[in-house]
Write a protein that binds this ligand. Structure first.
Ligand code: ZN
Length: 289
């Protein structure tokens, strides 16, 4: 009995120690290790994810959150390797922190859209509207004196980020935005999917047609063996089966087999939606084909 108690105590001690080793925070951002040399970074008040992948020679930061805190110093506390920053797409909850970095890579077709969000004043205005009551201490903000003149670097389909013993491939997935990209960590078979999730939004002015989105998904389903986990831009990791379901959902919409329902998003933009198994696509009914 006594040895059992000791074992249990030891077990819980290990859990506590390993949790404290895995989670790191600067009071605003929190990083959790989700794989070898791989972290998800989150900020309070919203559910968006940034990911940090470290290779032998350099590290890749996927997305830059809302841009409210000092992301640059926080990421540097996690990795000492030279940093490459890439945006999955241009929306401000993914590009907010770009202004902290001198160079940011982005899908070639999202370049023009991303430019306004390189201005920290624009970013702060948008984020304070979106995050409403969320406040951040001045000591945790990125200092105005260090704001960069960020240069956007376009990346094309199949571009390889070579991090040293770890290659990450760009896959163009036009739909949610024209320049949306997925990032495929070839060694670890993980796919970073941005805003392509269980509920995918195609109702923005800049979103492409359901038909175009289906073509994007077909391409991914053709390389199924190359990934076994999906890490989206919001929420938890996803089963790879959702990509197939999203493609089927597009097919239902295109063939008229889905009865579209009105869809109201929490950001005040509306469309119609179709649900297939566990996924929902919300889209503009005038942009099906
Ligand atoms: Zn988005």
């Amino acid at each position: 009995m006594q040895s059992k108690t000791i074992c249990l105590l030891a077990f819980f001690t290990v859990i506590q120690v390993s949790n404290s080793l895995l989670a790191q925070t600067n009071g605003w951002y929190t990083a959790n290790e989700i794989g070898a040399k791989t972290w998800v970074i989150k900020e309070p008040g919203f559910d968006e994810n940034m990911y940090l992948l470290e290779g032998q020679d350099s590290s890749l930061l996927i997305d830059a959150g809302f841009g409210m805190g000092n992301l640059r110093d926080f990421v540097k506390s996690l990795t000492s390797k030279p940093l490459i920053i890439v945006n999955t797409h241009f929306h401000p909850d993914h590009t907010g922190g770009d202004y902290e970095f001198p160079f940011v890579c982005i899908g070639v077709n999202d370049m023009e859209y991303a430019k306004p969000f390189l201005n920290p004043k624009v970013v702060q205005q948008i984020t304070s509207q979106m995050l409403r009551d969320t406040t951040i201490a001045d000591s945790l903000k990125f200092p105005e004196s260090r704001v960069e003149k960020t240069i956007l670097i376009p990346v094309s389909d199949n571009h390889l980020f070579k991090l040293g013993n770890r290659n990450v491939q760009v896959i163009n997935v036009p739909g949610h935005t024209p320049g949306s990209i997925f990032l495929l960590d070839l060694k670890n078979k993980t796919l970073y999917t941005g805003d392509n999730m269980q509920t995918t939004w195609l109702f923005f002015k800049e979103s492409l047609s359901v038909q175009t989105y289906m073509q994007s998904l077909k391409k991914l389903n053709k390389i199924k063996g190359k990934y076994n986990t999906l890490y989206p831009g919001h929420g938890k990791s996803l089963d790879i089966g959702i990509l197939d379901e999203l493609e089927q959902c597009c097919q239902q919409i295109l063939s008229g087999r889905c009865e579209a329902k009105p869809y109201h998003s929490m950001i005040g933009q509306d469309g119609v939606s179709c649900t297939y198994k566990t996924v929902t696509i919300a889209y503009d009914p005038t942009k099906v084909k």
